[in-house]
Design a protein around this ligand. Structure first.
Ligand SMILES: Cc1cc2nc3c(=O)[nH]c(=O)nc-3n(C[C@H](O)[C@H](O)[C@H](O)COP(=O)(O)OP(=O)(O)OC[C@H]3O[C@@H](n4cnc5c(N)ncnc54)[C@H](O)[C@@H]3O)c2cc1C
Length: 556
């Protein structure tokens, strides 16, 4: 245990280029959940490991998922029993090992006349799902009970439905906790450090990497016994696929974020889209509601952050209107959108939704490339990758698969002004650090940021977690940029006042960061057709006011 806290080789987060030693056991390229999970497990095995990420940690797909830790009923329907089983087992472990970060989530699945696979098939599937997890938890609910739980659902043709359980996570915080604990255990992690090329030795074996440090405008070369390419959709930019018929196929999935008042959902709901029968999720998250997702080929450049297209917005709104007609939902009510790219390894002529979501590991000498998989199974992906590393660098013993993913945090903390629930949330996100955070916090830090369930203490802590840009802080260390229609633009003065002493940015730098942040919000998190912020916010409030007036006095 002590080894984790006082490692012989101390870890560093975002060290200056000149401080980085040139020789390593393992270099991990990519700071999504796959890379961060590998870093965490590699450090535990005693490997001197460094991770390099081209942008911010979790900047790629790992901050843009549906945030479910789940087996995936869909995969079961497709006969992917092993993937479902592994995912359900991971879900159960993560619920035990990461409370406050991974939490149970109740689901409702309505049954409509002539639309679903049918009650018997679903019941069999859910029983199997239960058996893979922690015993029988699903239930069939008659129509009246189902409507009591989700009153705004379309009633016509409804034959009741099922309730079952899965789990939910803050995806970016999962990555950050993995990175933080790996660094505590002796790992090194550097953001805004794109790897430009792989270096090869005289025998043409990969022996290291050449990278750039975008913050210092410097370049460097590092060497290692094993190099791991965990760059998700970007993997073939670094190393081409060995089989001509198996290629990475980036599939875009987009979500809308709605305020809870527009689409009240105490539990998640999954229903079939009327157009193509694909499952759509409505998921309560951080006081908002996520609606997703789409699944289509991404034709844009991987250099740009993906964004939702008008067609995707229409598709999701169409699904919502079909399922919740009484709510008269409109796109103008949404807070924002986000889009992510699934790093799927394609096996031929299949529709996007039919592609296999399992992970794939390829080894070329000392280079290991891992792609695909799910957020839920990141730990298994790390183990499988490290089994390959152990073939390259033997003598480190074997992987202990019983170790909990995080250092257990004993949360016997009493602090006035903050609820037990909030302490659990903090412990899930910051582990052992929580005690010191709470001890040092001023009373005003324990208040939530207006219009969100995020506490100011989280923003202050986030500012100390390797933040290089304002968007790192507001979109990934905390998620408040996604939780209000103004993207917290109207809180930036307050954020600057509180975080200024921690970030050490000049006035000019803050000004530039605000412009950059606003640009990112508008390009990649906006709503198709919405005018620039914060005019959009005013317009949204105006429209909402108008609707209320119309409802009260009639539209005539
Ligand atoms: C819409 C959507 C919803 C999803 N929902 C779920 C869900 O609910 N549950 C679930 O379990 N899974 C879900 N997934 C799948 C899951 O999100 C992904 O499988 C997972 O996040 C992929 O992680 P990764 O680390 O492999 O890739 P990424 O998170 O994309 O990380 C790769 C990283 O590599 C970096 N990189 C690229 N090139 C370089 C370079 N040259 N040098 C340095 N760094 C580089 C990138 O910047 C990026 O940060 C979803 C996926 C999508 C798209």
């Amino acid at each position: 245990m002590d080894k984790q806290i006082h490692p012989a080789f101390p870890g560093r987060l975002n060290p200056p280029c000149g401080d980085i030693p040139p020789d390593w056991d393992i270099i991990v390229i990519g700071g999504g959940v796959t890379g961060a999970g590998i870093l965490r497990e590699a450090v535990r095995l005693g490997f001197r490991t460094i991770l390099l990420e081209q942008a911010d940690f979790a900047w790629g797909t790992s901050s843009r998922s549906s945030k479910l830790v789940h087996g995936g009923l869909r995969y079961l329907r497709e006969g992917r029993i092993f993937l479902t089983r592994a995912s359900v087992e991971e879900r159960q472990r993560l619920l035990l090992e990461a409370p406050g970060l991974v939490e149970p989530l109740g689901f409702l699945l309505p049954l409509y006349q002539g639309r679903n696979p049918g009650k018997t098939i679903l019941s069999t599937g859910l029983t199997l799902y239960d058996l893979m997890g922690s015993g029988s938890r699903h239930r069939f609910l008659e129509k009246s009970e189902f409507i009591a739980r989700m009153p705004h659902l379309r009633r016509e043709g409804l034959n009741g439905g099922f309730s079952f359980y899965d789990a939910q996570v803050d995806d970016a915080r999962l990555v950050l906790r993995l990175v933080n604990e790996a660094v505590d255990g002796g790992g090194w992690a550097v953001s805004y450090a794109p790897v430009r090329t792989l270096l090869r030795d005289g025998r043409n074996r990969v022996s290291g990497i050449a990278f750039e440090n975008l913050c210092e405008e410097a370049t460097g070369e590092l060497h290692a016994k094993a190099v791991i390419n965990a760059t998700g959709c970007w993997a073939e930019h670094l190393h081409p696929a060995p089989e001509s018929k198996r290629h990475l196929r980036p599939l875009r999935g987009s979500h809308l974020v709605l305020p809870a008042w527009a689409l009240p959902a105490a539990q998640a709901v999954t229903f079939m889209h009327p157009d193509d029968g694909r499952p759509i999720f409505v998921i309560p998250w951080e006081g908002t509601v996520l609606v997703g997702t789409t699944d289509l080929d991404h034709r844009g450049s991987l250099d740009d952050e993906p964004a939702m297209t008008p067609e995707e917005a229409d598709y999701l709104m169409e699904g919502l209107s079909d399922c919740f007609p009484a709510l008269s939902l409109g796109l103008d009510q949404a807070l924002c959108s986000f889009a992510g790219l699934r790093p799927v390894v394609s096996e031929g002529d299949r529709s996007p939704s039919e592609e296999n979501r399992d992970h794939t590991i390829r080894r070329d000498g000392s280079l290991i490339t891992i792609t695909g998989g799910k957020l839920t199974t990141f730990r298994r992906m790390a183990w499988d990758t490290l089994e390959e590393v152990l073939k390259i660098i033997p003598g480190k013993g074997s992987i202990d698969r019983e170790l909990p993913v995080f250092e257990p945090a004993e949360m016997i903390v009493e602090r006035e002004g903050i609820s037990d629930r909030a302490i659990r949330r903090l412990a899930g996100r910051y582990g052992r650090e929580t005690i010191a955070m709470l001890r040092e916090a001023a009373p005003e830090d324990l208040l939530p940021v207006p219009g969100t369930g995020t506490y100011w203490i989280e923003i202050l802590r986030g500012a100390r977690e390797g933040v290089r840009h304002l968007d790192d802080l507001l979109l990934r260390r905390v998620r408040i940029g996604l939780l209000r229609a103004d993207g917290v633009i109207e809180l930036l003065d307050e954020i600057e006042k509180r975080c200024g002493p921690l970030l050490d940015w000049s006035n000019q730098r803050w000004h530039e960061e605000r412009i950059r942040y606003r640009g990112i919000l508008e390009r990649s998190y906006g709503l198709p057709g919405r005018p620039p912020l914060p005019e959009a916010v005013r317009e949204g409030v105006l429209k909402k006011g108008l609707r209320l007036v119309q409802r009260a006095f009639g539209s005539g």
